[in-house]
Each structure stands twice: as C-alpha cells, then as structure tokens.
Design a protein. Sequence first.
Length: 176
Amino acid sequence: MKIHSLWFVAIAAALCGCADETRMTYQQPLTSPGGIFATLPPAVQNTVRAEAGTAEIATISKEAAPGVYEFRFRNSEVYPPLYVASDGSVLTTNLTVAVGASKDSIAASTGSEASALKMDDLPPNVVLTIRHHAPTAEVDSISRLTSEGQVFYIVSFKDPAHHPKLLIRDDGKAFR
C-alpha cells in the first residue's frame, strides 16, 4: 500500500513539473503612471505636485477632453480625481476652471526669465531632449522656427561656451 501511494505522489509531482507554461504576449508597451507623468507638460506636473503632493497616482488619462489630464489616485477616499488643463489650470468635474494657472514671469523648469517661449510651451519630447543634452544648464531663450511644414525649436543657454545652442525638431530629435 505504501509503495502504491509513493508511486502516486511521484507521478503527480512529475506531471506538475511538466505543466505547459503559458507565454504572455504584449500588444502595447508597458507603462507606469510615473513614466507617463514624466512626459507631461511641466505646468501640469507642477499643478499635480501642488495639489496632491506625494500621493500615489493610480492612473493618468487624456480621455476626459482634449488638452485635459485626469489623475486618479490610489487612496481615492482622500484624493478624488484631479482634472488639470495643459496650461496647469485645475478643473472641476464638469471641466470648468476652478483655479487658473499662474502667469509667472519665471520659467518653472529653468529658473530663467521667461522669453517668447517657456519650457511649459514646448512639446514633452522637446523638454526631455533639452534635459538629456543639458541637464544642469540654464536656458536663456527658446524660439520656434517653421521650415517646410516642420517645426523646430532653437534653445540658447546662459553659458554658451559649455552649452551651445540646440536645434530640436518637435518630435524631440536634436541637431547641434
């Protein structure tokens, strides 16, 4: 009887070890709220930090309306959904302005005096490229150039000896 039970256990163990592994295929890139947050316009990031501090973001959606970001937090009882316009304005649930965006004369990301364009005015890919090529440099001015239907941004820095001008296409590709 003991040998029969031992054989049963051995066969069961062998069958468990030979189970078919299911392979997971992904249909889209894996993303996290933190990864998405980093690509948002600086004005939106600043507003979320000011309104929710270090609250953990569960989801970020742009489905609410064009130019509106919806933030849902892990602790939804304490932090209700937050709606933020691309200029940094806080919106109500019916998407009207509750608190308007500030009109600072200092660019939030650079600390430099605002010029014709600020970092907040740039597409997220352009901001990421600037931060990649000159992470500690202070931006002096940003101007927009359109050539043959293509949009470029010319970024000048306060210390041109160490940080020459950048020409960045609106998709984030940089040219020196």
